[in-house]
Ligand binder design. Sequence first.
Ligand code: UTP
Length: 484
Amino acid sequence: MDLLSRYHHALATLREHRQDHLLAFWPDLDDAGRARLLDDIERIDFEQVAKLIDSHVLREPPLSLPSDIAPPDILPNEPAGAKQKQQYAAARARGEQLIRAGKVACLTVAGGQGTRLGFDGPKGALPISPIRNKPLFQLFAEQIRNAGNLYGAGVPWLIMTSPTNDYATKAFLEANKFFGLCREQVVFFTQGVMPAISVDGRVLLESKDRVAVSPDGHGGTLRAIYRSGALERLQQAGVTVLSYFQVDNPLIHPVDPLFIGLHDQARSQISSKTIPKAGPVEKVGNFCKSAGLPPRLMVIEYSDLPEKLAYATDATGRRLFDAGSIAIHLFDVDFIATLNRGGFALPFHRAVKKVPHIDAAGKPVQPDKPNAVKLETFVFDSLPLAERTLLLATRRDEEFAPAKNASGADSVATARAAMIARAARWLEAAGVAIPRQADGTPDATIEISPLLADSAEQLGGAILASDVRVPPGGLLYLGAATEL
Ligand code: UTP
């Protein structure tokens, strides 16, 4: 279709939904600008947007929680009793077998905007390791390489970007030669976007030739991986398990044989890891189950969990709703395909944010207070769609230290401290003496390369404790022979 026909087509749609201001600057644009604007407009489903304006922008959608919320069933971090020990040992062996057989792939969701962090570049490029300053992407790549060395199989690594950071993300990984992975092992796909909508229901323009959009949330992964063809490629390669994690957690264990084996034993469609919450109202999602038949696992956001439940305890005083969500999941690959073939839809959540835009006169506006609604779906909202799920407890200090903020809680500084603390624990478990300060924190800066070990167990087999000395206040980097 030529530009003019596309224009008339777009104008009709926009008029129908009272969004024709998006074409107000048409006369000011050259052909390239007009094409850019039409590309943006044609990517938006205005019928869906109109419904969402009504349900999520002009009003807050009512909170609809099941009436029968109960605490979820959780497999313990350490097996309890002989029978469970046996089950975990068999699961670990099964997990290893699946990795060796090339049935496991990793998926990093890296399409977010990282506004809180304020880092200039994709979040995965953020230097984070305590001594070598390795960026997050390098830590993941090295763990994937480590799994390849351990199990003799190349684990594919999928990275979800958004239209905003796709180019920069690819350029960063290419410039760094994929941190030692084969180029073919790394598969990119791009998530969808949603328009930013003013609180009075108008889709905003970022400039005269661009609609203001933002990524459609990590829930967008499940559709984007299918539509991009990446899921089909996994299926053709025989991959059955997808290990999902967020780009900002340097403590992640992306290839965890025990978790993978337990997931497989249970024929689970979605499995998740959970940690005990730091307090009743910690700002993490809460795993809960709806006790009806069939029972369904779900995550209720901290802001939506009724206070009565957040503070509820059992007869011994233990918190009932204590299963925090840390965005670590395993997905059954066929399950994602089935969801897509069935035309699934995840609910939208609204966030009122400051969105720069241009006004009716074409002048740039930098809002000083939240002015627009962003609409996102969340990946954990797929949990209730699964018949078979599994929840495994893990330790916060082993697997969760997100770098969300520039400073304070959940920042680069706290993530680094957690990396050092974990390295110190692994070394102690291997028999190395660690100098500690009065408050118990390690009195040294320690970094263990994922190419050397990604667990205490592997580290124990990789070093001779008598060869390692950690001087008080000193620096210790332990790497693999290949990188030194
Ligand atoms: P966050 O909710 O922390 O959002 O994303 P964010 O965009 O990184 O940061 P803020 O809120 O703007 O400060 C959690 C994970 O989900 C991914 C992020 O890249 C991160 O790994 N994500 C989030 C996506 O991939 N797409 C999205 O649309 C949103």
